[in-house]
Design a protein around this ligand. Structure first.
Ligand code: SF4
Length: 301
């Protein structure tokens, strides 16, 4: 409720959508099983009726004003019937004629299940960018984290989204392989991203959250979380093995360092930046740790 106005805000949005109109088309996550994720736990997934979403679009004008970008939540709006989402997108464009970017989270499996023509129809109705959680390209790790898709399916879905004309963000979780699996996580993730060549690669760094299965595995000692030094080495290996023309962005509070740049042009700069911090962390851990995002801020998710 905003100033007496009834409006259903999506509870989460990507950091890059901080200035966007926030619209809720579904509630919760239809998968809701990833071992590291707490976002929609305790929330039953539901679809909102199109008329209700349209009413919110009209109310949105009074809340947000005529902004150029819109994010449609919650975790996987593409799970809606294509014709219903097209209707919502067209109506949003009518109410907000200045929209130049409309984005949504999307699960890889959902992209795979949609015919290419449906994806193109959504693109033509005004959905411009998809945010997909790859997390890792390591099949073993995808299974361990209950992501519900293989690396091959992730790649196929990403390529299909690009083919349909979407700008594509692929999210990666640094540290997801832990002490025992960071090298494989970095290399396999680079391989998957190389095959997708998304518009953006956005990294987040693992913070085990109470209430998640992964937190229990950390507490029992089954999963050994990476140290900051290992995370930086993993980031270095990932970037080194990337052969993409993507933006690499660390736009999240959980990350130790702001590693941001366009690949391949700024690859050497990013690697040098990481090397400097890796050297300092190895030679003077106290000084090196002071140069990284403090833990108390990383935990503020
Ligand atoms: S990471 Fe995404 S798909 Fe997995 S449970 Fe969380 S919101 Fe759902």
């Amino acid at each position: 409720m905003v100033s007496g106005v009834d409006y259903d805000f999506p509870p989460f949005r990507p950091p890059s959508e901080a200035g966007s109109i926030l619209l809720r088309a579904t509630r919760g996550c239809p998968w809701n099983r990833c071992a590291f994720c707490v976002m929609y736990k305790g929330m039953r997934f539901s679809r909102r009726p199109v008329e209700e979403i349209k009413r919110d679009i009209m109310v949105a004008m009074s809340i947000f004003g005529p902004r150029p970008t819109m994010f449609i939540g919650d975790s996987n709006s593409l799970v809606m019937k294509t014709e219903e989402l097209v209707e919502v997108l067209r109506f949003a464009r009518k109410v907000f004629p200045g929209l130049r970017r409309v984005t949504s989270y999307a699960r890889a499996k959902t992209i795979l299940h949609k015919p290419l023509d449906d994806l193109v129809a959504l693109r033509e109705a005004g959905l411009t960018r998809l945010h997909v959680g790859l997390e890792t390209g390591d099949d073993q790790l995808l299974k361990y984290m209950c992501k519900g898709a293989t690396a091959g399916e992730m790649v196929e879905a990403g390529r299909k989204a690009v083919e349909a004309g979407f700008e594509l963000t692929e999210y990666v979780i640094l540290g997801l392989g832990g002490k025992d699996g960071w090298k494989r996580h970095a290399s396999e993730t680079a391989k998957a991203l190389n095959r997708i060549n998304p518009t953006f690669i956005r990294v987040r760094t693992l913070v085990p959250i109470p209430g998640t299965p992964l937190y229990e595995k950390v507490a029992s000692g089954e999963f050994k979380a990476s140290s900051p030094l290992e995370v930086l080495k993993e980031t270095r290996l990932l970037i080194e093995e990337l052969n993409v023309s993507s933006w690499f962005l660390s736009d999240h509070v959980s990350n130790y360092l702001p590693v941001n740049g366009k690949l391949p042009d700024e690859k050497e700069d990013l690697l040098n930046f990481l090397d400097i911090h890796i050297d300092i962390l190895e030679s003077n851990p106290e000084l090196g740790r002071g140069l990284l995002q403090p833990e108390h801020l990383r935990q503020r998710l």
